[in-house]
Every structure is written in structure tokens, then in C-alpha cells.
Design a protein around this ligand. Structure first.
Ligand code: PMP
Length: 389
């Protein structure tokens, strides 16, 4: 029977077309862009071509693209690098409660360096209210960081409104756009984004590559110091196969995103409609409409997400519980807790995320198996049985 993979939010296979574009850069075109000879020139051309392709993907200029090892590094550069460079202007940073764990941990580090971080709460759907964010701003605020969309519950933030507010107040605006990549048309001009973190794997490129978009005129302190690559802001020999792979992935994504998003929306809505109908005491986590086309996130009263995940695993269906990136921890998801759920409710959650290589029957398998598993686990749950009496 086909293995059904419904956890695209935590990892995606690299598109074979991307692998094909990467291959020459391992052996035949192995040059280092820092070399001045012909072999080096070929690498420099590939590097600058890749920069152009990524710039086009997000409506930026080539010289606003910095290649990194992934979104975690990009966000470290954006938050720590920006805070250190601009500390004379102020020491206050604002983030939201539903940020990816990398942003929360960077914020903690900034606090240890003497910066002040305010965390804006979200509504029951995990959405930031712009007026609440505005109330947190002070004349010491230098940076706002709000993720474009949640990689867990799929809620999309009012990014353009936050960008507009940041611009009016002359505050830099960073967004971790990893969860939205390939699902929402990213446009840094339209949304007034000054700094943006991207990850290659989220658009079916290789892991271990990413981009920091930094608007012209903005400055950061480098965190990795060395040979001066990437304008001295991120030293180290460029990962050429990875960089070429990420840019190839962006090109493919730009062409295929509209039809792909339509397909995912069909999967998502089918899964949501059937599961909420077929499973009593089931709920949708996240926003009913302002959500990623690929994300369906459920909560089932009286059972644990881990139990469901393992039962589905036995039936050849891979899903996720809690946060896609850190689901091996026993802590409930901070995002679900931020939406007002108690620990027990948060633990009863299950995330399905659809992607490029899913086929229609994958959704049907999820719709068939999940209600059966929930019913079986509830039958074994004394708490649920007692509550139903
Ligand atoms: N932000 C979000 C929203 C993520 O889902 C992830 C994990 N894919 C990251 C940041 C970290 O990205 P990377 O693994 O490329 O550093």
C-alpha cells in the first residue's frame, strides 16, 4: 500500500528538477566564486544568477539577497545582527506569541544581551491584532518581528498592515516567511517588509540553504566573520549546489504555485469538512479562512495527538502533532497555548500538511482512517468515556 505523507510542513522532498540543476555544481562546475580564474567566474555567474532568481521570486533587487544556511541563520542575522548594529537608536524589539521557536529563542538571547523584548498576544485563531501590536511600540522600538504564517496552525498574519505600521513609525519590520513560502505570493514591496527569512526546503529545494532578504539602506552586524563573502555579512565559501538548488526551486515555484495552491486548498477543505463532520467533539485549530492552503489542524477531545500519530504510522500515514519542527518534545505547543487552549486540549491536536507530491487518494486515506482511530482511542480512554456519560 502507498505510504501517505501528510507532513510537508516539517520536511519536503527535493524536486527532481531541482536536483538536476544542482548536479553539475558538485563536480563539473565546482569553482569558488572568490577565485579570479575562469573556473571561479563560472561559479560567480551561477551565484549572481541565483541571486537574481530569488530576488524575482519575492519582488526584491539582487543586492538585497544574502545566502545563508537556512531560515534559522537568516533570523539570527535579522534580529541579533540588526539589534547590535542599531542599539544606539533603541533597545526594544516586539515579536508575537506565535513565532517559530527559533524567533522565541533568539529573543531570549537578545534579552540576555540587555535588549527588551515585548511579546504581543494573539486571538483565539492565532492572529495578531495590529492595534494591540501598536500599543506595544515605544520610542525605543527598533524592530518588529512577526512570522508571515504559522507553521503549526496555518494562520496567516496581517503582514501588509504590520508592514505599513512599521513604516509609518520608522521601525524595521522582519518576517519569518518560511511557512508561507510557496503558498502565498511573497512581495516585499507590497508588504513593506525590510528583513525576511526564507528556507530552501520549504519550496522543494535542498535543506541547509536559506536567504535573508535585507532592504537597501538597512544595516546589520555580521554574526559569522571570516573571508568577507556575501558583502562581509555572512562569510564562508558559498554552498553553490545548494544556492543553485534554492533558486531553481524558486523558479519552479513561481510558475506552479497558483495551480498547486488550488489543489492543496481542495485537499484541505475536503479534509476539514469530512473530519469535522465524521468525528464528534472535533475542532479546527487556527483561523477558519485566513489560513495556509495546505494546512488542516484538528483537535479531538479526550485523546492524545501522539496516540493518533502512532496509530496512523502503523497504517502507513505520516502526520504531525503540535509543532512540525519540534514534535519530539513533550511540552504542549506554545502556539496552541497562545490561542487559549489548555494543555490537555493542545495535546489532543493533529496536523495535516499537504504538498507537491500528494495525490487525491492520500486525502481520502486520511479521511477514512482518522475517524476510526479517534473512535478506537476514545473507546480506550476512561476520561472520554466518563465525560460522555
Ligand atoms: N521558521 C519556520 C516557520 C520553520 O517552519 C522553520 C523550520 N522549517 C524554520 C524557521 C527554520 O528553518 P531552517 O531549518 O531552514 O533553519
Amino acid at each position: 500500500m502507498r505510504e501517505v505523507y501528510l507532513d510537508y510542513q516539517s520536511a519536503k522532498p527535493v524536486d527532481p528538477r531541482v536536483i538536476e540543476e544542482m548536479m553539475p555544481y558538485f563536480h563539473d562546475l565546482f569553482g569558488n566564486p572568490s577565485s579570479l580564474h575562469k573556473v571561479g567566474d563560472v561559479a560567480t555567474d551561477a551565484l549572481e544568477q541565483s541571486r537574481k532568481r530569488i530576488a524575482k521570486f519575492i519582488n526584491a533587487d539582487d543586492d538585497e539577497i544574502l545566502f545563508t544556511s537556512g531560515a534559522t541563520e537568516s533570523s539570527n542575522m535579522a534580529l541579533i545582527g540588526y539589534a547590535l548594529k542599531n542599539k544606539k537608536k533603541g533597545n526594544h524589539i516586539v515579536i508575537s506569541e506565535v513565532e517559530h521557536i527559533s524567533i522565541h529563542n533568539i529573543a531570549k538571547y537578545l534579552v540576555s544581551l540587555g535588549f527588551e523584548v515585548s511579546t504581543v498576544p494573539v486571538d483565539q485563531f492565532g492572529r495578531v491584532r495590529v492595534e494591540k501590536l501598536e500599543r506595544r511600540l515605544t520610542d525605543k522600538t527598533i524592530l518588529i518581528s512577526v512570522g508571515y504564517a504559522s507553521n503549526e496552525i496555518g494562520t496567516v498574519q496581517p503582514i501588509a498592515e504590520i508592514g505599513k505600521l512599521a513604516k509609518e513609525r520608522n521601525i524595521a519590520f522582519h518576517t519569518d516567511a518560511v511557512a508561507a513560502e510557496g503558498l502565498i505570493d511573497l512581495d516585499v514591496e507590497r508588504d513593506n517588509i525590510d528583513l525576511m527569512s526564507l528556507s530552501s526546503n520549504d519550496i522543494y529545494g535542498p535543506k541547509g540553504v536559506g536567504v535573508l532578504y535585507m532592504k537597501k539602506g538597512y544595516r546589520i552586524n555580521p554574526l559569522i566573520i571570516g573571508g568577507g563573502q556575501e558583502r562581509g555579512l555572512r562569510s564562508g565559501t558559498e554552498n553553490m549546489p545548494g544556492i543553485v538548488g534554492m533558486s531553481a526551486a524558486a523558479d519552479i515555484m513561481a510558475k506552479e504555485m497558483p495551480s498547486e495552491v488550488e489543489r492543496f486548498r481542495g485537499y484541505r477543505d475536503k479534509a476539514i469538512t469530512h473530519i469535522l463532520e465524521d468525528v464528534p467533539d472535533s475542532h479546527l485549530n487556527g483561523h477558519p479562512t485566513e489560513r495556509l492552503a495546505s494546512n488542516a489542524h484538528f483537535r479531538f477531545d479526550g485523546i492524545e495527538g501522539e496516540g493518533m500519530l502512532l496509530s496512523l504510522k502503523d497504517l502507513g500515514v505520516s502526520v504531525s502533532t503540535g509543532s512540525a519542527c519540534t514534535s519530539k518534545t513533550l511540552e504542549p505547543s506554545h502556539t496552541l497555548i497562545a490561542t487559549g487552549l489548555v494543555h490537555e486540549e493542545a495535546h489532543g491536536s493533529l496536523q495535516l500538511s499537504f504538498g507537491r507530491f500528494n495525490i487525491d487518494s492520500d486525502v481520502d486515506r486520511a479521511i477514512e482512517t482518522i475517524p476510526q482511530i479517534v473512535a478506537r482511542l476514545r473507546g480506550l480512554s476512561p476520561i472520554y468515556v466518563a465525560r460522555r456519560r
